[in-house]
Design a binder for this molecule. Structure first.
Ligand code: ADP
Length: 322
């Protein structure tokens, strides 16, 4: 069954004066999607997120949220959106209950519905026991839960989270990621992050933006295909001359690595089985035969380095936080 399309962004562009920050970006978000949105600093992530949340008008293009045009009917469209900015606007001197009640009123929820909505959001974010605590006294992990609770309070179809695990400790990160995965069952989620393993741990789709353009967009399953590098790493105790190996069917190139292992490039299906068989028959002393896998980090760097002026900030893209 086709999934309901929650966000349909078509040909989005945004200029700041002569600078084109986002150029002709189109994508869709379906119910159940947890979309990881990646890119080096300055690539256009914040600009795109701000356009999607209705906080910045596109210079060109359209955004429909559950079919409602964000520019034509911003109030209705925004009702379907929940947003956790990178710096959540939390009132530290409020209790969790006071703050969430206030946020509910901003979304025009009132009376008994408001009490139910606050209770549900607290329950879903594991805040049941801290309703009477001052936000300023909570740990950063719990403050982030409050930020997520305000984003889902009005039960929006789409939840947009900007760097939701930055500054958390590893245990808090695990908890927030589990919460995001769970929210993905009921909502469509867009998650901007610098942490590549977070994408692989939480998301089912990945998009990479570079210099304002989408340069990669695929499901995680599709990404797996990209991770296969068409290379095998082989260690042989009695290796023959590389030319002998290169003559094997399917082997396109042989490279001898510094540690003596061989890196074979192949075309089409993997020749691993034939290589194992030949190695046994010809007594090459097969010790190791492994498919080489690339990482998301390598793909990210290849795609974003192509024409980039990589600045120092970009190195955070490779950070493992958990
Ligand atoms: P990211 O969030 O991926 O770091 P941004 O969307 O913040 O990227 O920025 C994309 C580009 O637009 C950058 O070149 C940035 O310098 C530029 N930019 C962002 N905001 C403004 C602004 N308010 N005025 C002028 N240029 C801006």
């Amino acid at each position: 069954m086709a999934q309901e399309i929650l966000i349909d962004a078509e040909h989005l562009s945004r200029y700041y004066g002569p600078t084109c920050a986002v150029r002709d970006v189109s994508f869709q978000l379906a119910k159940g999607d947890v979309l990881g949105f990646l890119g080096p600093n300055g690539a256009g992530k914040s600009t795109t997120m701000q356009m999607l949340t209705g906080n910045l008008a596109p210079s060109a293009g359209t955004i429909r949220v559950r079919g409602i045009d964000l520019l034509d009917a911003p109030k209705r469209a925004k009702h379907e959106l929940g947003y956790l900015p990178e710096q959540p606007p939390l009132y530290r001197e409020h209790t969790v209950d006071e703050f969430l009640t206030y946020c509910g009123r901003l979304h025009r929820v009132s009376g008994n519905r408001l009490r139910v909505a606050v209770d549900q959001a607290k329950h879903r974010c594991g805040l049941g026991a801290v309703g009477k605590r001052l936000i300023g006294n909570l740990s950063k992990g719990y403050q982030q839960r409050v930020g997520i609770a305000q984003a889902i309070l009005h039960n929006p179809a789409v939840v947009i989270l900007d760097e939701p695990t930055v500054g958390l400790d590893p245990i808090q990160i695990r908890e927030i990621r589990a919460l995001i995965r769970e929210l993905g069952n009921e909502h469509g989620i867009i998650l901007s992050t610098h942490i590549l393993p977070e994408v692989q741990g939480v998301c089912n789709r990945v998009q990479i933006i570079n210099r304002g353009r989408l340069v990669f967009s695929d499901t995680l399953a599709g990404l797996e295909q990209h991770l296969h590098s068409q290379h095998l790493i082989v260690r042989l105790r009695n290796a023959p001359a590389p030319t002998e190996i290169q003559q094997l069917p399917g082997v396109a190139a042989v490279e001898v690595l510094d540690d003596g292992r061989l890196r074979l490039r192949y075309e089409g299906a993997s020749p691993a089985e034939a290589i194992a068989e030949t190695a046994v028959n010809r007594r090459w002393g097969l010790e190791e035969l492994i498919p080489e896998r690339r990482t998301l980090e390598q793909i990210f760097i290849e795609l974003t380095m192509q024409d980039a002026h990589m600045d120092a900030g970009t190195s955070t893209a490779t950070e493992e936080a958990a």
